[in-house]
Design a protein around this ligand. Structure first.
Ligand code: UD1
Ligand code: UDP
Length: 365
């Protein structure tokens, strides 16, 4: 059975790792990298660390406006689909690479398998919300990470082909957390950050906040970014931020000053797991990182008005904050001692890759 899978952006590499390994035991995978992310530390590092197979095709699409980027991918993926004649095309998540793959497949009547189907923020201004709604509505297999996602699809009248497989990113965390500890324990993390990622400070475990910011809704308005970084200045501990290239560009263009903030280059996945598990709190607008903080029992403040990962809000483990100084400070400084960390059972049992493979292999049986 030949399946084409489309990847292109950082979180998709992390999702692809367990799926590719599992699927290749039973079927043929043709891996296509759109080139949406291309810096070494936004792409290559994940292939190396996670053992993701070398892509069969690299489209080299790069950055651009939504229409240009998606259009270029669509054109190139279509050519590959016509040549390879797969039985299905698998797409992950909600990026422009996801939508381009789904559209190319659907127009050629090639079944689309959507991993992370059914997530909704109910904010249609988000490019990700547009991508995931459109992808879900043209997919044949809707592989949901949670029961909430299954129910979201039901509300839109989609029940056929819907399967709760559990969350693929949970598989990746479970497979890599011990290795991450082995690599970075005993101060190696700090040495690594200083020698290879541009950290110029001494930090202690549990004595820093880990932040990531890249979401369009926070970066497209420099005023919002300024508010976020002004708030970081007022926190009681330093903030490490592996800076996404999108955010870096905007901070530089607007000369936004960073105080109490230690900027580093984007880090590899194993170091990121270590930093997440050992921070006192994650402060982020990332989708994936909210979940990883939850899996690793680190509290989180999410700098957004909505989250697709509503399970993480249980018991206040993750809390949302809109972008104003008082709200962010209130959420970050909230009392943590009363928390009981809920078990991540709502995200499956760490066997999502197996369940996704079985759903594809047994389709129509
Ligand atoms: C994309 C996804 C977003 C996802 C994020 C993961 C869409 C619409 N957005 O956002 O859902 O959460 O990836 O990180 O698909 N850049 C570089 N080097 C790179 C990649 C990007 O310099 O390797 C810079 C470019 O200036 C580019 C900008 O970052 O214009 C934004 O990149 P893009 O892929 O368009 O969107 P992301 O913000 O990364
Ligand atoms: N990540 C990483 N290095 C970093 C920042 C993030 O490995 O410097 C990982 C993070 O642990 C998670 C994924 O990238 O697994 C999340 O990707 P991102 O935040 O870019 O996208 P989103 O999940 O918001 O779509």
């Amino acid at each position: 059975m030949k399946v084409i899978t489309i990847i292109g952006a950082r979180p998709q590499f992390i999702k692809a790792a367990p799926f590719s390994e599992e699927f290749r035991k039973y079927g043929e995978e043709i891996l296509v990298h759109t080139g949406q992310h291309y810096d070494t530390n936004m792409s290559d590092v994940f292939f190396k660390e996670l053992g993701i197979p070398k892509p069969n095709y690299h489209l080299g699409v790069g950055s651009g406006s939504h229409g240009l980027q998606t259009g270029r991918m669509l054109e190139k993926i279509e050519e590959i689909l016509i040549k390879e004649e797969p039985v299905g095309i698998l797409v992950y998540g909600d990026t422009n690479s996801t939508l381009a793959g789904a559209l190319a497949g659907s127009k050629l009547h090639i079944p689309v398998f959507h991993v992370e189907a059914g997530l909704r923020s109910y904010n249609k201004r988000m490019p990700e919300e547009q991508n995931r709604i459109l992808t879900d509505h043209i997919s044949e297999l809707l592989l949901c990470p949670t029961e909430t996602a299954v129910n979201n699809l039901k509300k839109e009248g989609i029940t056929k082909g819907v399967i709760n497989t559990g969350d693929l990113m949970y598989d990746t965390v479970l497979r890599n957390i011990n290795l991450s500890n082995k690599w970075f324990d005993n101060g190696v993390w700090l040495k690594e950050l200083k020698e290879n990622y541009g950290l110029e400070a001494d930090l202690k475990e549990k004595d820093y906040y880990l932040a990531t910011i890249h979401r369009a809704e926070n970066t497209d308005q420099p005023e919002k970014l300024k508010t976020i970084f002004n708030t970081f200045e007022k926190l009681d501990k330093p903030v490490i931020i592996p800076l996404h290239p999108r955010t870096k560009k905007i901070l530089e263009a607007h000369n936004i000053e960073l105080k109490n903030t230690k900027v580093i280059e984007p880090v590899g996945y194993l170091l990121m797991l270590y930093l997440t598990a050992n921070s006192c709190m994650v402060v982020t607008d990332s989708g994936g990182l909210q979940k990883e903080a939850y899996f690793l029992e680190t509290p989180c403040t999410t700098l957004r008005d909505q989250t697709e990962w509503v399970e993480t809000l249980e018991n206040g483990w993750n809390q949302l904050s809109s972008i104003n100084v008082d709200s962010i400070l209130e959420k970050v400084n909230r009392e943590l001692t009363c928390f009981n960390h809920p078990q991540p059972l709502l995200f499956g049992d760490g066997q999502a890759a197996k369940k996704i493979c079985n759903s594809i292999l047994n389709r129509g049986n």
